[in-house]
Ligand binder design. Structure first.
Ligand code: HAM
Length: 424
């Protein structure tokens, strides 16, 4: 019987994982500079949490959730991170400890979408949630942070699309205006959009179907129906982004597939690298109202998430540098024991050490050392242990020398660190 990973779920193995780790490090470094702290929440949450927050009439809730029952509880593998993070925020009364909370998270998410390049059923996100600040300055700071992060990791050809959905009163008004525009054209809409016209007409805005795009010609723009504080917030956001010099493009057709959004929405796209059709590498928006909806105080919030797989597709393929390995090849039983002590001393100095404890022939061990691209191999036989010496083979320069055991650690450190070694 051959077992295979589930369709749309991938193994990420050594060789590839280094790029993930470098990405995650860069993300942590960036967002921590902005005061975000990591929160880890369970991968499984009550199904009702996602229905309540993401919304009943969304694609995610209608057809993509991995849901199951256990011990009479209806559970779901999280399709996104915001719902669980806000559930934790409310559950632990974090608002009573601080007026503004900045949390980040990373981990797997699950959506039963049709798998394609850049679209998976288990995929990984990094994300941030900022709770307790209603002003457009925080929206602009967040969008700018995302753009600077992409610059830092070297993703070009970025497009930052922003829109506003207004507040609770705008959505029904805009929905009404849209329905009035589309109802006379309903027969020309795609089958999906004919259904959406009844359940979630805003979703028709980002349909890629040419029939829907045609029917949307001349439709009212959401920005036209913004009023009062919502309109002020939108203008405030644009002013802040311009002042920061953040590149962006307002797009009144931007809607996103989650119902909790209010006011600011944004999405980051790129045409770089191998990203292809799944070019949305991140998205987010304001979700004032969700904290209260989940039983907490009425606090404004904004957040975003980035898809790691898509970003790595957009980045150059260059593998992340690996720290050089010092290979240790013991021959004989005493040498084998002594090799473990020597390896410990080297690791205490920050050197990556691979000791070959198989009891293999020198030839076989050297083959492995070459396979690991180890610049240095230390050979010690029982005779060397007896005489307090170690043989150092330079696998790049092909030289070799016999050195006193007492000097060997310093020698290896000098060679590998000199080669840019421990910086990794
Ligand atoms: P989202 O737009 O659904 O937003 O997902 C964010 C990002 O996750 C997408 O831009 C994409 O890069 C990646 N992504 C989504 N689905 C897949 C998939 N099937 N395969 C690979 N990558 C995928 C959210 O999830 C919101 N929670 C963001 C947010 C946080 N809004 C406020 N706070």
């Amino acid at each position: 019987m051959n077992f295979r990973a589930i369709k749309g779920m991938n193994d990420i193995l050594p060789g590839e994982i280094e790029r993930w780790q470098a990405f995650e490090r860069a993300f942590r470094d960036t967002v921590e500079l902005f005061g975000y702290r990591e929160a880890r929440t369970p991968i499984v949450e009550p199904t009702s949490l996602f229905v309540r927050s993401i919304g009943e009439a969304t694609d995610i809730v209608e057809k993509e959730m991995y849901s199951f029952e256990r011990h009479d509880d209806a559970l779901t593998l999280r399709p996104e991170g915001t719902a669980g993070v806000i559930r934790a925020f409310v559950e632990h009364h974090i608002d009573q400890k601080e007026p503004v909370t900045r949390w980040y998270y990373l981990g797997p998410m699950f959506r039963g979408e049709r798998p394609a390049r850049g679209r998976y059923r288990q995929f990984y996100q990094v994300g941030c949630e900022l709770i307790g600040d209603a002003g457009p300055a925080s929206d602009a700071e967040m969008i700018d942070m995302v753009v600077r992060f992409f610059e830092r990791i070297g993703i070009g050809q970025l497009e930052v699309v922003v829109n506003s959905l207004g507040g609770p009163s705008t959505r029904p008004r805009y929905r009404q205006a849209l329905v009035e525009h589309l109802t006379p054209r309903a027969e020309k809409l795609s089958e999906d959009s004919q259904r959406r016209l009844k359940t979630n007409p805003l979703r028709i805005l980002d349909s890629k179907d040419p029939r829907d795009i045609e029917a949307m010609q001349g439709a009212p723009s959401v920005i036209d129906v913004l009023e009062g504080d919502d309109l002020e917030h939108w203008h405030g956001l644009l002013r802040h982004l311009e002042h920061l010099g953040t590149p962006f493009r307002p797009d009144p057709l931007l809607v996103r597939g989650l119902d909790y959004y209010r006011r600011t929405l944004f999405e980051i796209r790129t045409s770089a690298g191998q990203v292809g059709a799944q070019n949305a590498i991140g998205g987010g928006g304001r979700y004032d109202g969700l904290v209260a909806e989940l039983g907490g105080p009425d606090l404004p919030s904004i957040g975003f998430a980035l898809g790691i797989e898509r970003i790595l597709l957009a980045m150059s393929e260059a593998p992340a540098a690996r720290k050089p390995v010092c290979f240790v090849a013991p021959i004989g039983q005493r040498a084998s024991m002594e090799a473990l002590v020597l390896a410990r001393e080297l690791r205490e100095r920050g050197i990556v050490v691979d000791v070959d404890t198989r009891g293999a022939s020198l030839r076989a061990m050297l083959r492995r050392a070459n396979g690991l691209s180890a610049p240095v191999c230390l050979v010690l036989g029982d005779a060397e242990v007896e005489s307090g010496q170690v043989q150092l083979k330079d696998l790049e320069g092909h030289g070799q020398s016999t050195l006193p055991r007492a000097e060997i650690v310093a020698q290896v450190v000098a060679r590998l660190q000199g080669a840019g070694g421990t910086a990794g």
